[in-house]
Design a protein around this ligand. Structure first.
Ligand SMILES: [Zn+2]
Length: 207
């Protein structure tokens, strides 16, 4: 039993117990409500200071395997066609859509030519594991690599949705162009004076 020693010289006051200093904060309220889990190894692959939040969110859901790909929808609606809407040859899954589909591979090939990262021969899960290990730190090279992943996954997912819900379609070259433009625009806000290779590869004016 805790002991209480009332101190009549001090006024009573309300204390917010989840916070160490007794003061309410939204973060302490959130921490008291949720169950803590260990930090996943790919955390910084998705969330980093230079990220593009809406694209990082899609990447986060994709890495969790929770996007509504047709293989997942088929589990609760057997009437749904599982074929990839982009290539029309293989079942649509996260692994297929983002890495194995010929459409995606053509995009990665263009991005790989700029970054020089050996991601084209890896499977989805293997690549995420590899990138989590190798893409550490905040150098412009690493940031560009991480932006590539998030922006590419976002635009591939967007193209897939446009084909299903809007009946429009773009070539892999056009989508790759959007991806490269998005990354170039993001990189242009960085100071790249000491990173001429990045400036050159991404055609960013570093002055
Ligand atoms: Zn496909």
């Amino acid at each position: 039993m805790p002991s209480y020693n009332p101190n009549s010289s001090v006024n009573d006051r309300v204390r917010w117990l989840p916070s160490s200093n007794g003061t309410y904060s939204a973060s302490s309220a959130l921490a008291s409500l949720r169950t803590p889990h260990p930090i996943v190894p790919w955390f910084k692959l998705v969330w980093f200071p230079q990220n593009i939040p809406r694209m990082s969110f899609i990447l986060y859901v994709a890495i969790r395997g929770r996007l509504s790909t047709r293989d997942r929808i088929h589990k609760y609606d057997p009437m749904v066609v599982t074929t990839c809407v982009i290539c029309n040859t293989h079942p649509e899954s996260h692994a297929h859509l983002f890495f194995k589909c010929l459409f995606s591979r053509a995009i990665w090939t263009q991005l790989m030519n700029i970054c020089g990262s050996p991601w084209n021969g890896l499977f989805w899960n293997a690549f995420i594991d590899w990138a989590s290990t190798h893409w550490r730190g905040n150098s412009p090279t690493i940031v560009a690599d991480k932006l590539c992943l998030g922006v590419a996954v976002y635009h591939i997912w967007r193209e897939r949705n446009c084909r299903i819900f809007e009946g429009t379609q773009k070539t892999s070259s056009v989508v790759a162009h959007f991806i490269i433009d998005t990354i170039r625009c993001r990189l242009s806000s960085f100071n790249l004076k000491n990173h001429p290779i990045i400036s050159l590869n991404w055609n960013v004016n570093s002055s």
